[in-house]
Design a protein around this ligand. Structure first.
Ligand code: ADP
Length: 769
């Protein structure tokens, strides 16, 4: 089925717009979500990186401070064994770095100077342990910001020995700066980390250790200040699983049985989302991660995005994780998306309607054009009628169409004229009923019926009642047969005529049969000629047989007459002699008488036979020699074609009719033409012609048959009985010709033709009057 242009335009325009809107919405739907999630991950990654930087920046100065103090003591820039000087140095360092909780120095003797921030009495407190042999004193000093002593007292009960502390032991063993694992400071109850650096007294000898306590709760404050989406958080866990920094500092600490505080492991940490964020990695033993790991997890039916950073450094084996609700980033987008979808639906509807309107606007002139064409095709509208205003293309198409219609009409008219004026009878026949649809003047003339009469007839009504019916067939368009017949027809006036009929079935473009075109020619005249030629042929062969027999008989009579006469004469002489013999046997006389009688009888029979043959002169009539030559040519045409010989004739203008026996003259012509064809075919030449020529000469018509053969053999006695050069020849043809021509009052002779060949001529009487 073909789709209408209007429907295609409407569907096409509206559909395309809908597709365009859908494509935009869908792509923004997908790409905006992806972009936002990428953005969220970038944000989390930045949080991780910032936290690392912050932690490094926070802890970096501590290392500088500890190592500086250790170096100063080692180089004896300050006398590490003078506690007052040491105290001053440590105090200044504590003042400079607000993240330091305390700075201290212990030595191998168990002496100890410790300056720390204090909560009560004064901002700073110093503990100095002095060891002098067995004497050991512990002094506590509280100072204000200006290093003024606020209070000073001795603490004899203090058993503290720096050399037993883990930071001291590790730094002395490793002979380098060490970091302790984070722990909760005993005095400040705040999470922190201790850094210890050895003061060397020779390459392997340690004189003492400088230590710095750094409170790391500030890192938790930093984390608390971070804004990660609406609900996002970052936290730090130590390699042993302890959560050491979290926006909610209170969650970090748990109390041991002895009242001391410790960090809480991530597995039992009280922030369940934080637990979930690390749970998978923790469970699969993938912590710490080698590189930034972005992932997703769900908690409480919500999806979170997270990033886990690799450990900060060997000294700080901390893992920073950050996470946030995915919906923090996509919520707005989702709301937006709904709005966008509605806008898209609205736009699609509006543009779809606009598309339909446009399609209608575009299609309207096309529809009008189609209607106009249908009207033109039905003949209800003249194609020259002006076309309503429309598109250029349609106007051009219309022009072409109009031209084609004009051309078609012209063709139809021409066909009509050809049909009407054709010299051949023509008709259109209904293929189903075989009835005449249309007829031309000639067919009416041939059949004698009027147009109206033929319209009421079938083609078979024309067929002669004695002949089989005329059948039309061939309704298969793939096999459009042409029907050719020669049939006898009965004219309206009852006369029988011969007609040659040709019928072709015409189909329309869809292969449906339209009508037969029938062409009918009156061939009665040529049929008659054919019949005449056949008749002539029959007559000639009868005559030929008679003539041959006659000629043989005449020859025999002529040959037998003399011996018979001799027998009769001899019998007479013998009888005369016997009659004069006295004792002659009467039986002998009787026998001789019988011989004489019988020979005379035989001679009479032969005379009768000769007179019978002579008697056959036939009836002489007046006839047209040209017509006879044409008919005799048709009798030898098959032989001529087989021998590749061309027969031409030239009767000359105004040749009068001749008076002779028509069939006998035909016999002469056939004999001469056959001889000529045989003579030409003997020769291998390319010039293979036989020419029959007639002309009026000396009051007679002279007919000559000339050939391009080898000419007559000089040894032959032409026109005599039984003279032949051909193996199968009888040698009677020419002698028969001579007797016929002579019987008809003419003369026959032979001449040599130029440059080669033979010419046989004979004369005929002109018809009287
Ligand atoms: P047949 O044809 O049986 O031989 P014909 O009497 O017709 O008897 O011819 C006698 C002979 O005359 C032929 O055998 C042939 O040799 C010669 N003859 C007749 N017509 C021609 C011709 N057109 N050209 C050459 N020879 C001819």
């Amino acid at each position: 089925m073909r789709t209408s242009l209007g429907a295609m335009l409407a569907i096409g325009l509206a559909g395309l717009q809908l597709l365009a809107v859908l494509a935009v919405v869908f792509s923004s739907y997908v790409s905006s979500e992806r972009a936002l999630l990428d953005h969220a991950r970038d944000l989390l990654r930045d949080v991780g990186a910032n936290t690392i930087e912050h932690s490094r920046g926070f802890l970096g100065p501590a290392r500088g401070a500890a190592e500086l103090s250790a170096r100063l003591a080692q180089d004896r820039v300050i006398a590490s064994d003078v506690p007052e000087l040491l105290e001053r140095l440590l105090f200044q360092q504590l003042q400079l770095a607000p993240q330091f909780a305390g700075v201290y120095h212990g030595n191998e003797e168990g002496e100890f100077v410790y300056v720390m921030r204090a909560g009560e009495i004064a901002p700073f407190r110093t503990k100095i342990i002095r060891v002098d042999g067995e004497d050991r004193t512990v002094e506590l000093i509280w100072r204000d910001n200006d290093y003024n002593v606020i209070e000073r007292r001795m603490d004899p009960d203090d058993p503290y020995d720096p050399r037993t502390r883990p930071w001291y032991v590790r730094a002395r063993d490793q002979l380098t700066t060490i970091w302790t694992d984070p722990y909760i400071f005993f005095s400040s109850r705040q999470p922190g980390i201790t850094l210890a650096s050895p003061v060397m007294d020779g390459p392997d000898r340690v004189r003492g250790i400088v230590g710095v306590d750094i409170e790391i709760s500030d890192i938790s404050d930093f984390l608390a200040r971070l804004r990660i989406g609406a609900t996002g958080r970052a936290l730090i866990i130590h390699e042993n699983g302890d959560v050491i920094a979290h926006p909610n500092k209170d969650l970090l600490k748990a109390e041991n049985a002895d009242g001391t505080l410790r960090f809480v492991d991530i597995r039992s940490f009280e922030d369940p989302i934080a637990r979930a964020a690390f749970a998978d990695l923790e469970a699969s033993g993938r912590l710490p991660v080698a590189e930034e790991t972005l992932s997703q997890f769900t908690y409480g039916g919500e999806t979170y995005v997270s990033v886990i950073m690799p450990q900060i450094s060997d000294n700080l084996p901390w893992t920073i994780g950050a996470y946030a609700l995915e919906s923090d980033f996509t919520q707005v987008l989702k709301a937006n998306r709904l709005t966008n979808t509605w806008i898209a639906v609205f736009v699609a509807a509006v543009t779809g309607l606009a598309g339909l309107a446009l399609a209608n606007y575009i299609y309207k002139p096309v529809r009008a054009f189609a209607v106009r064409n249908a009207l033109v095709a039905q003949g209800e509208l003249d194609p020259s009628e002006p076309l309503p205003k429309t598109y250029q293309e349609l106007e051009r198409a219309n022009q072409t169409l109009t031209e084609q219609i004009a051309a078609r009409r012209e063709t139809e008219m021409e066909y009509g004229r050809t049909f009407d004026m054709s010299s051949r009878g023509m008709a259109q026949i209904d293929p189903e009923t075989s009835r005449f649809l249309d007829t031309n003047a000639r067919i009416r003339e041939i059949t004698g019926y009027s147009e109206a009469e033929l319209r009421g007839m079938t083609v078979n009504d024309l067929a002669h009642p004695d002949d089989p019916p005329f059948l039309l067939s061939g309704t298969d368009p793939s096999d459009p047969q042409e029907i050719n017949y020669e049939m006898r027809c009965l004219r309206r006036d009852g006369e029988t005529i011969w007609a040659s009929v040709n019928a072709i079935l015409i189909f329309n473009q869809q292969g449906k049969p339209l009508h037969f075109v029938l062409t009918l020619d009156d061939i009665t005249a040529s049929k008659l000629t054919e019949e005449q030629v056949a008749e002539l042929s029959k007559d000639i062969s009868n005559l030929s047989r008679d003539k041959t027999m006659g000629q043989v008989a005449a020859g025999l009579a002529h040959e037998l007459n003399q011996p018979l006469t001799a027998i009769a004469q001899n019998a007479d002489s013998a009888l005369y002699a016997v009659n004069r013999m006295p004792d002659a046997e009467p039986e002998l006389r009787l026998t001789l008488e019988e011989i004489a009688e019988q020979s005379i009888r035989a001679g009479e029979i032969i005379r009768a036979l000769r007179s019978f043959i002579r008697r056959d002169e036939g009836i002489r009539t007046d006839f047209d020699l040209g017509e006879l030559v044409e008919q005799t040519k048709r009798l030898v045409v098959a032989e001529a074609r087989a021998a590749a010989v061309t027969i031409t004739s030239d009767m000359g203008a105004g040749l009068p009719q001749v008076h002779a026996n028509r069939i006998q003259i035909a016999q002469v012509l056939v004999n001469l033409m056959r001889n000529a064809i045989e003579a030409v075919s003997e020769k291998g030449s390319n010039d293979r012609r036989v020419h029959v020529h007639a002309a009026l000469r000396d009051g007679k018509v002279q007919v000559c048959v000339t050939d391009t053969g080898p000419g007559v053999d000089p040894s032959i006695n032409l026109f005599e009985d039984f003279e032949t050069t051909k193996p199968a020849g009888m040698g009677l043809g020419l002698s028969i010709c001579r007797s016929i021509v002579q019987t008809n009052g003419g003369r026959i002779w032979h001449e040599a033709a130029e440059p080669n060949g033979a010419r046989f001529c004979f004369t005929l009487d002109i018809a009287a009057g």
